[in-house]
Design a binder for this molecule. Sequence first.
Ligand SMILES: *Cc1c(COP(=O)(O)O)cnc(C)c1O
Length: 404
Amino acid sequence: MHEPEASTPAAPDRSAAWRPETRAIRSGRASMGTSLAPVLWPTTTFVTPTVDDARRMATSVGPERFYTRYGNPTVRDFERAIAELEGAQDARAYASGMGAVSGVLLAICSAGDHVVAPRQLYAGTQLLFQSACPRFGIEVTFVDGTEPGAFAAAVQPGRTTLVWAETPANPRLDLVDLDELGAIAGPVTVVDSTFATPLLQQPLAHGVDLVLHSATKGIAGHNDATLGVVAGSAELIGWLWGFAVLHGASASPFDAMNGLRGLRTLGVRLRQQCETAQLLAEALEAHPAVEDVRYPGLASHPQHDLAKRQMSGFGSMLAFDVTGGLEAGRRFVESVQLAQLAPSLGGPETIVTHPASTTHVSLTPEELAANGIGPGTVRLSVGLEHPDDVIADVDAALRAATEG
Ligand SMILES: *Cc1c(COP(=O)(O)O)cnc(C)c1O
């Protein structure tokens, strides 16, 4: 007979040492009970036991079981997972990346306020700042996001309420120095970190106030969820929430479930995409039909040292110019067989876009150049196919586009 054990000493908690890709698998499970997979709560509303409960929930910040535009258990799981991965106190999910972008802008800025933003931006964000902000009396100063000190120099003390950055940025993978941004005091600083996902860089650790993602891209990662998210301090996220319930761009529980599903494989997907992107970038640099390959992992990237300092991997996106200009760029995106012509990024399928003949077709050559887009510029999102197949497809399409 064994002596009954007095008490089993508690095993030390090893979870504190888990790496980010492990935490991406284990985070955001509070509403799942014993289900291993994310649980979908499609309900739009919740029964409150008493009038007092209903009043309490109607007047508290972010109730989880009151009305889904205010909060929802599946969406909360996704928000908590992103907060954990970003080292944030809290997060708020939105119906899309642009829902998050406009939600942050309109929650923070009022008529008469001033915003500093880089010229290198996702087209939707750029249009919002350029076309919508003037209608609301919000002035935006655009700076070169790669120029040291440019953001801080454009801040107008007492008037600038928001400093926006995107890194790595559309379309040429330009970077913003996160330490410089984090050192700006006064206005709220925001980084659109979509291209990096929560696993490749941590803007909040550099002192930035809010980090934002289009989770439609790498986070959900399968081209089947339209979703945005912002993470930061509990105070700032509470403030954003107050406008978000009025703005109404609340995340769908179904998309939040797919966001959580995507997080589980984000680490291994990114590892493959970074590896293939590096190999493809190197092959393109040596290709006679290509000029100016941009990938943060290439030593030739003008900010490669900064990329090494602030990123733990260089991502799935690259840009290059096909020699022969507009016609060659067009022929290239029509000649790929494995890659497909589509907007978006970060999914399993390799995707190409030719901005000059598609998304940016209305711009003049001068405007294109100001946006870092040449007539032959191609943007490519590396998928999960075998790297040799991706490289062979791009090589064959380049030959087809530029020969004969
Ligand atoms: C796609 C994207 C957005 C907008 O996200 P949606 O989910 O399409 O609304 C914002 N920022 C960046 C960097 C993006 O790539």
